[in-house]
Ligand binder design. Structure first.
Ligand SMILES: [Zn+2]
Ligand SMILES: [Zn+2]
Length: 331
């Protein structure tokens, strides 16, 4: 009886060791080269390997009669390969250099519901996970992205939209540690446009926005244009700003925590830059006296940047700062 027990224990131990050993399983990541297509195990092992049977379809294009991969040979000798998943959706793309090394790659791991509709997608760039998306079916029965996680520089960003596609929340994590969050408490009009947003940074109210749909001359319109905003400061003071129909501030009233008016800023804009939408000069007055002037210039690449700032101190001092098109202070 005792010998039997020892044997049984030994058997259990052996089974435990076997379970701890790695058993290869497809990770969902597909890879291919010029000769084969395979699925990757997390250990790097090739699983479900198939050999291509390329069929030329004219020019420099070919497709595989076995796995439906595509091959395109460029005039510079580089080869672009595309593999398809079980729903015939592209799931791996890469460029091969003439010596066969992978120059760059993008992999999708797609999962589908029982009807074959896309339900999740993980994106790997050059083998590194960069994004995960979730989908639900829209009113017409097409998959619509409704959640995402973005991975960048060791940070994880989780944005969320409300049912109307307005930003509702985002959180930034380093590992599992929450670094920063912003939550939008939105009030809507009958079309789902936000008419009022309360914005909480790390769950503290920091901003309120009164928004509207603004119609412009050519018949177009902007939704969610911020026409009034309140910024709350940590000491209980707050700024109340009114904006013009381009979303630019025209007046800011600053209050302390007791609601006493501390100052009034008024802003004026000049549009001399050839575009009616981009100010070339912004002038601010504080309680009616010149406070600052900002001059904007179009960069060689086409964007507008702050090239010169002139600050007028209460003591009569004047400070001028000039910047290059990358925002660097110039001496
Ligand atoms: Zn394995
Ligand atoms: Zn193939």
């Amino acid at each position: 009886m005792k010998k039997l027990l020892v044997l049984a224990l030994a058997l259990i131990l052996m089974m435990a060791v076997a379970a701890a050993e790695h058993v290869c399983a497809p990770s969902g990541q597909v890879r291919l080269d010029m000769t084969e297509r395979w699925e990757l195990c997390s250990c790097g092992e090739k699983l479900n390997v198939t050999t291509h049977d390329w069929q030329k379809v004219g020019g420099d294009m070919a497709y595989c009669k076995v796995c439906y991969s595509e091959m395109f040979t460029q005039s510079d000798g580089r080869v672009r390969l595309v593999a398809m998943d079980e729903q015939s959706e592209p799931c791996y793309r890469c460029f091969l250099l003439p010596d066969g090394t992978v120059e760059m790659s993008e992999a999708y791991v797609n999962t589908y519901d029982a009807d074959g509709n896309l339900s999740t997608r993980a994106v790997y760039e050059n083998g590194v996970l960069t994004a995960e998306y979730g989908y639900t079916l829209d009113e017409y029965g097409y998959p619509e992205q409704n959640r995402s996680v973005i991975y960048q520089n060791g940070m994880k960003t989780v944005p969320e939209e409300d049912d109307y596609g307005n930003q509702a929340y985002y959180a930034v994590y380093e590992g599992d540690t929450l670094l920063f969050s912003e939550r939008y408490e939105n009030t809507y009009d009958e079309k789902g446009n936000v008419v009022y947003a309360k914005i909480y940074s790390n769950e503290v109210l920091t901003r309120e926005e009164k928004r509207a749909t603004v119609y412009v001359e050519n018949g177009g319109y902007y939704t969610n244009m911020v026409l009034e905003e309140i910024w709350w400061w940590a000491d209980g003071g707050y700024d109340v700003s009114k904006n013009n129909e381009k979303g630019e501030k025209v007046e800011t009233k600053c209050y302390n925590a007791n609601g006493e008016l501390l100052c009034t800023l008024t802003y004026m804009y000049e549009y001399n830059g050839g575009s009616a939408d981009v100010a070339s000069k912004e002038t601010a007055l504080k309680d009616g006296k010149l406070y600052y002037e900002k001059e904007f210039v179009q960069s060689s690449m086409g964007w507008w940047y702050e090239a010169k700032t002139t600050l007028y101190g209460d003591d009569g001092s004047v400070t001028v700062r000039q910047y290059d098109e990358n925002g660097n202070l110039m001496e």
